[in-house]
Ligand binder design. Sequence first.
Ligand code: ADP
Ligand code: XUL
Length: 541
Amino acid sequence: MDYFLGLDCSTQSLTGILIDFNQKKSLYTYVINFDKELPQYNTQNGVYISDGGKTVHSNPLMWIEALDMLLNKFVLANIPLEQIKAISGSGQQHGTVYLNKSFASILKKLDPDKTLVDQLTNVFTRNTNPVWMDSSTNKECEEIRNELGGMESTIKITGSDAFERFSGPQIRKFFKQNYDDYLKTSVIHLVSSFLSSLLLGKNSPIDHSDGAGMNLMNIATKQWDQKALDATAPDLMLKLPALTSSYDVIGKISPYFVERYNFSPDTILIPWSGDNPNSLIGIGLTKKGRAAISLGTSDTYFTYLERLNLDLSGEGHIFGAPTGEYMGLLCYKNGSLAREKIKNRFDLTWNKFSQILKNTPPGNYGKIMLPYFFPEVVPLVLIPEVYRFGFSEDDLEGNVRAVIEAQFLSMRLHSEWIREEPEEIYATGGASTNKEIVQIAADIFNTNIRQFEVTDSAALGAALRSSKSYYDSTNKNIDWTELVNQYLEMQKSIVIKPNKNYTELYNHMLNLYKKCETFVLKNGENPEPYRKRFIKKYFEK
Ligand code: ADP
Ligand code: XUL
């Protein structure tokens, strides 16, 4: 039996998917929701938000406890963990975990009679740690960018401009504000490499794909970049784990898991990676011509890239692809949580929300929203504020349609640099199950959107990555595209087609949206006359 396990520690939950590669199906999936199942940590949507929304942290002990809980669920469900050949995982990107020197020695001698959380309480030099939603490091970004010779040069070195949520600026802030604790830190992990270390029983390397989201790795050589490290914090090289390919075998599972959960001691481990790189594999983007939208806590738009293609305008990112090449990505902070703000404001269910989308017209009578409920990454908005053109915050139907149209108009507008007009866009993440939302995306992009039954593409991608490395290690080489196609072709999917009647309307609305954005963020001309013409053309017949 060729069983593989993929884990995914995302913003709001920890998911485990066990797949049977021979039968090409997922045998068991379990999700631990942090707020609901670990209420003692008092998180909201998996995080702690303070400082007017700028500082966003999570709790690494909560993730550790979730891992114990998840594996217990697998045991209770009589899942034959001893049959698993290989494991990999996925973590929300950019978040950093700060550990003291006891971490490695404690991992080496974990007692299988005790929980992980009981043994790892004192290994941190920071009790809570910044995650991708944090935008409190604007100053540090500026300092790093200047030190590296400006935005273009920062992008050329690290694959992205210096971004508030990226690990380097976050590490710099910690070094500046908590110097003593920085000195006590012997290793700084990403969420992915931190959890990977638990399974491995020692410090795990960081994989090239997730490492690219730190502003510390040289995007061309895939090594730590000494200039970027020096621009960030002193002696940082000594505190960072090694870098490795996403598909390397990094070792075998630690005896703790063998004894406590009955894993086979031969289970091999593949480095964990970021959720977006894992999703790239989980929905099968292993060659050119397709793009994906992931509608999770964050919304992302991403695509596989055969070669390095930098966005010198500074909005997009280049990460590694787990296949060894690259991926281009745009990230929106105002994803599901922004949609939920409107849903909760009017006390709706998702069903009712969808009904409203169905019953309101594309173009929304010219009502435009700039949905910055939280600080935004694309375009950069540090102080959250929602702007409405032509309607009020009490307009139920107007708000529901406006938030969804705004999200996809913005995505279409800002993804031009990587778009290459995909033949099809694949959708994944929690909100991709919502047909009405996906229909609006298809109409705005004027492209077919494929919706999969499996929405946990990050966990599935991790499981598929582990299968690829396992087969490589047994000399049963299967090419990446063949491997993902073999598995994914067996999964159910439906295609949502764009309604061509709205192509022209959305082309106009895209310009209108751009004018509204430029007006608010760059002191552009007042969009009102253009908006009036739009209304006249489409709604006053
Ligand atoms: P993450 O992996 O980032 O934690 P998920 O991909 O699991 O997030 O997505 C979780 C989100 O999916 C929830 O916050 C919720 O808003 C959204 N969601 C779930 N069901 C629906 C639905 N039917 N329509 C729209 N959004 C939904
Ligand atoms: C990507 C990003 C988010 C996180 C959480 O750059 O910040 O997508 O990975 O999902």
